[in-house]
Design a protein. Sequence first.
Length: 282
Amino acid sequence: MTKLTNLIGIIKDKASQSKAALLSKRTTLSLLRATSHDSSTPPTRKHLATLLSSGDGSRATASAAVEVLMDRLQGTNNAAVALKCLIAVHHIIHHGSFILQDQLSVYPSAGGRNYLNLSNFRHNTDPTSWELSSWVRSFAQHIEQLLCTSRILGFFLGTPTDREDRVSGLVNADLLTEFDSLVALVEGICKRPEPNNVYGNNGLVEEIVKLAREDWGVVEVEVRVRVSEFKERLGGFKFGEVVELVCCLKRLEQCQEMMDGARELGLWDFVGEVKDKAGIQV
């Protein structure tokens, strides 16, 4: 059954790519190549780079590229295709041009929770597709939160910025809102599925785990800057603000075991120190 499913997927990919080539739709062709039905390997750097190049032109071209990608994501019931589309979205968030990122951030215009509408995604053709479906749901939720946090911060995570100066200029309420969103992002990374039989020999799963770890590295920098700012401001918080801060710090501490490499950097000791000092005021 699995071999037949894979064969059907290959035929669909070839037919779609041939049609796109005949129609000279370069963006569509690069997207189809980047999001094939192959369930074992992630999109190649070459295909992702070609997709990103669609953002080098006009806003209309970038908008069309994002629309094609989202249509592909929303229209498939294949877990491998969905995961590759999500990887492409993630790639735009971190490596796309400003115009491409901008089109992604406003699509659809409503945004908000369940932005990608994949919380009920299921593909149960075989055990592999069933397991990959859980990664589709998890990674989609992670990307939704990544986009939501970026909206709250006012920039895409990983974008070069003078963090310390920007954070020091925020009022307490805005600083706490940003921190709460960052903690939610960390919590999402912690809730990724437990790798089972697919992990270790499936390139798609390995790629997603790698991307999540890289995101944690970026988020950790933002978290540390804000915890440092909280330490400086502790005497100037209102009671309700202190309660909110302690709650967020406790939520963050609960993610400690899942966050690779953070202990060596001393983040958790710092978080615990600020939490204890804030707790005295509660």
